[in-house]
Each structure stands twice: as structure tokens, then as C-alpha cells.
Design a protein around this ligand. Structure first.
Ligand code: SF4
Ligand code: SF4
Length: 424
């Protein structure tokens, strides 16, 4: 793919600005009607999906150059996909999110990188993780769990913890609880331990496509050697990467299951039962990569065509990722099955959810923007009367923990697995 692939999208953008909002029929109040953190923070059209399509067209046609301001507008975006959902409600087959990702690849390939992100990518190249931690410590989180290491042993499933759960001491419990539940359920699984790789998804979002491909190939080879065909992960970022970004690679036939889907299945089969009440009112935050970006990859090898030399269409029609078939119900069913726990919804939920602020490299490159985005979500969570915000992604949870630390808002932050642990 090249930026030129999205020329038709850039041309067909009607500048309607719908991508700045949540879908009209899902709006419940003025306060929480905005969908795009970037435009809300940047206050200028270039900081929206429509604005970036204008930028892409201008760069393709050589009408503008990549200045620091252009870089700022391209990268100060969470790649959350809210714009993509609303755009597809009024413009059926445009792909603003994919075009924005391609715009980033274009800039990075030409050397227009962000100095804030370079050390993170260097850490990834050196230590194979997004936190720049020593790679030898990657499997330490599972030290006392008596779990198979698939470098030496065989199993049916591989459990992939991901960089954040592996190295973030505040969040590792969610991975450990996942492992204990899989053991109790008699699942034949193992971990890659020290040999687990970063999935590469966050590098992809930052515009470093080559780094992503290196991590992807190395992960697929390691899994092939271990003989596994299904990966279970508690991380929504990794889930999206394996489910949507890996399949175009030749020889990738891996099946991906998020831990909340697995729990939901165990509950449905009666293999998991909660015994202890957890008397709390909580609200669930849909991670972008599990929700609206958690849809299955569909291969497409069609062509762009013009009708009467003008209107662009695709033959056969392109797959339509509009967020409707993301993973929304399994985490909610798990939470609702916990005795004593009350689940209340935020105004913006499911495919209309407001982002946590950690995606698209924003956490690393623009901490102020990232923290503001998380604070907006915390405000929304507090407006429901919930005493905790719960999610199923360590990147969301880290951002919420940082946004609530020392702040005026008192709101607990949990992973679904932490509440499951309390109920067992
Ligand atoms: S909603 Fe779509 S068509 Fe409208 S301005 Fe945004 S990107 Fe362009
Ligand atoms: S991906 Fe999210 S932050 Fe970026 S333009 Fe779209 S809605 Fe705004």
C-alpha cells in the first residue's frame, strides 16, 4: 500500500466534519457528544480525519512540505478510529483511519520522525518490548505459576501477555489471574517466557511499518516452532494486532482469542462460577482495539473503478470495518455475572466510546494530550456515579491510573481480570 492508494478517499472527503462527533443517533448530551480527541485538543481542522485527508492530498500533489506543524497534526492523534465509525455512517466506503496510518508510514519512511518516539523505537529494537525493559526479564511475571514454556515444551494454546502486562508491576496481576483461570479450566497452554516478542502493533501505529513487520515475522516463526495455532491474550492492543494486522502476512493462520472472550465462554459452559460477591458500581471502558477495531480481518483483492470516469467504486466492494462487530458483549457479560456488582454505562460506549488516550503513540509522544484524553474519559465515568472504571487493556488502564493519580477525581481503575479474581 502507498499513500496514493487513498487518493480517492482524500478526494471524496466532503469536509462534512461528521468525523469530529459521535454518531448523531447515539448522542445523549452536548457534554459528551464529541468523538475525536485530536480535534478537541488541537482546535484546528488539520487535527481531524477530514483535515488529515486534505494534508495527504496536498503532500501527494506537492503543494505543501512536511513542516513541524504538519508533523504535529499528523501524529497528535490516538488512531482510536472514532472518526472512521462516524465517517462510514455518512460516507459508506471511505477509509479515513487506514489513510491516516498510511500518512504516518509516508512521513516515517521519508525520515520525518518525532524525537520523542525515537528512544521508544530504539528500546524496541534493542530489548524487543515497548517499555525498553531488559528482555531477559520478560517472563518474570509468571515465575511462580508453574506454567509450560513453549520454547521447551508443547501445548495447544499460547498465552501472550504483551509488553505492558509483562513489565508494568501495577498490572501484572491481570496476567497472573488469567493464567490461574486457564489452569483451573484444564486448558493445555504455555507461554513463550523470555522469548515472547512485542507484537509490533504499537510501532505500526507510530508509523514504523518495518519495525512492525520484523516483530510480526519473528512472532509467527516462534509460534510455528512451538506448534501453536491459537493465541490467548488479555491485552487488547496485541489482540487487534494479531487479529487485524497479522493475517495479510503469508502463512499466518493463527486464531486469536481475548481473555474476556475465553472467560465468557467458560461462564456459558458452566466451567467458571463466581462465588464471592463484589459489591461495587462500575462502568466499563471499551478499548478501541477490542471494540470498534476488534473486527475480523477480511481479505480483499479487488480494484478501484470509476463510473462514467467520475464516481469511484470498488469491485468487489471493499470489506466494511465500521466497528459494529467488535468485542462488546463478552466483557459486559462477565462483569454482570459477578454477584453484587452493578454495571452502569457511560454515554459514549461500544463503537462510540471515547478513547483512553494511549493509542497511536500519543502516550509516548504527547503526554499532555494523552493525559487530557484520559481525564475526559474519567469525567465521563464519574458522571455515571460509578466508583470504578474497568477495562480489558493494560494501555487504557495505565493511562487511567496516571490520569487519576493525585487528581481531583477519585475513581478506582481495574482490569476485568482483577474483579474476576475478587469474585472467585
Ligand atoms: S466524516 Fe468522512 S467525509 Fe466527512 S469530513 Fe470526515 S473524513 Fe471527510
Ligand atoms: S483516530 Fe481518533 S483521534 Fe485520530 S482523528 Fe480519528 S477520532 Fe480523532
Amino acid at each position: 500500500m502507498a499513500l496514493e492508494t487513498y487518493r480517492a478517499d482524500a478526494m471524496r472527503c466532503s469536509r462534512c466534519a461528521y468525523c469530529k462527533w459521535v454518531p448523531l443517533d447515539l448522542m445523549k448530551s452536548w457534554r459528551f457528544s464529541k468523538g475525536c480527541p485530536s480535534i478537541e485538543f488541537g482546535h484546528f481542522h488539520s487535527y481531524s480525519a477530514g483535515g488529515r485527508l486534505v494534508t495527504a492530498l496536498s503532500l501527494m500533489d506537492g503543494r505543501s512540505e512536511v513542516t513541524e506543524k504538519v508533523k504535529d497534526s499528523v501524529f497528535k492523534c490516538n488512531l482510536c478510529g472514532s472518526c472512521d465509525v462516524t465517517c462510514k455512517m455518512c460516507r459508506y466506503d471511505m477509509e479515513p483511519l487506514e489513510a491516516m496510518k498510511e500518512l504516518r508510514f509516508h512521513l516515517v519512511e521519508q525520515g520525518h520522525t518525532l524525537p520523542q518516539v525515537e528512544p521508544v523505537i530504539d528500546g524496541l529494537r534493542r530489548e524487543l518490548n515497548m517499555l525498553g525493559k531488559p528482555r531477559a526479564e520478560r517472563g518474570d511475571w509468571a515465575a511462580k505459576l508453574n506454567v509450560k514454556n513453549l520454547v521447551k515444551e508443547q501445548a495447544e494454546f499460547v498465552f501472550h501477555a504483551g509488553c505492558r502486562y509483562s513489565f508494568d508491576g501495577d498490572l501484572g496481576d491481570a496476567a497472573r489471574t488469567s493464567v490461574r483461570i486457564l489452569q483451573q479450566a484444564g486448558v493445555d497452554f504455555g507461554i513463550m517466557g523470555e522469548a515472547e516478542n512485542c507484537c509490533g502493533g504499537r510501532a505500526y501505529g507510530m508509523g514504523y511499518k518495518a519495525e512492525f513487520e520484523t516483530r510480526r515475522d519473528s512472532t509467527l516463526i516462534a509460534w510455528q516452532r512451538a506448534g501453536v495455532k491459537t493465541v490467548i491474550t488479555p491485552c487488547s492492543d496485541c489482540y487487534h494486532t494479531f487479529k487485524r494486522l497479522y493475517p495479510p502476512a503469508s502463512g499466518c493462520d493463527i486464531k486469536v482469542v481475548h481473555m474476556v472472550e475465553f472467560l465468557d465462554q467458560l461462564l456459558g459452559e458452566g466451567k467458571l462460577k463466581f462465588t464471592k460477591p463484589v459489591p461495587m458500581t462500575v462502568t466499563y471502558h471499551d478499548p478501541c482495539h477490542l471494540g470498534r477495531q476488534g473486527e475480523e480481518y477480511v481479505a480483499w483483492n479487488g480494484k478501484e473503478k470509476k463510473i462514467f470516469g467520475q464516481a469511484v467504486c470498488y469491485d468487489p466492494p471493499r470489506p466494511r470495518y465500521n466497528g459494529a462487530f467488535g468485542i462488546y458483549d463478552p466483557p459486559r457479560r462477565v462483569l454482570q455475572a459477578i454477584p453484587g456488582l452493578k454495571l452502569v454505562e457511560m454515554e459514549r460506549n461500544r463503537e462510540a466510546a471515547w478513547c483512553c488516550g494511549a493509542g497511536g503513540g500519543a502516550r509516548e509522544a504527547y503526554p499532555e494530550f494523552s493525559n487530557w484524553t484520559a481525564s475526559e474519559r474519567i469525567e465521563e465515568a464519574c458522571s455515571t456515579g460509578a466508583e470504578a472504571i474497568v477495562s480489558a487493556c493494560p494501555w487504557c488502564e495505565r493511562n487511567f491510573l496516571d490520569a487519576t493519580a493525585g487528581g481531583k477525581r477519585k475513581l478506582a481503575v481495574y482490569d476485568v481480570m482483577q474483579l474476576v479474581e475478587k469474585a472467585l
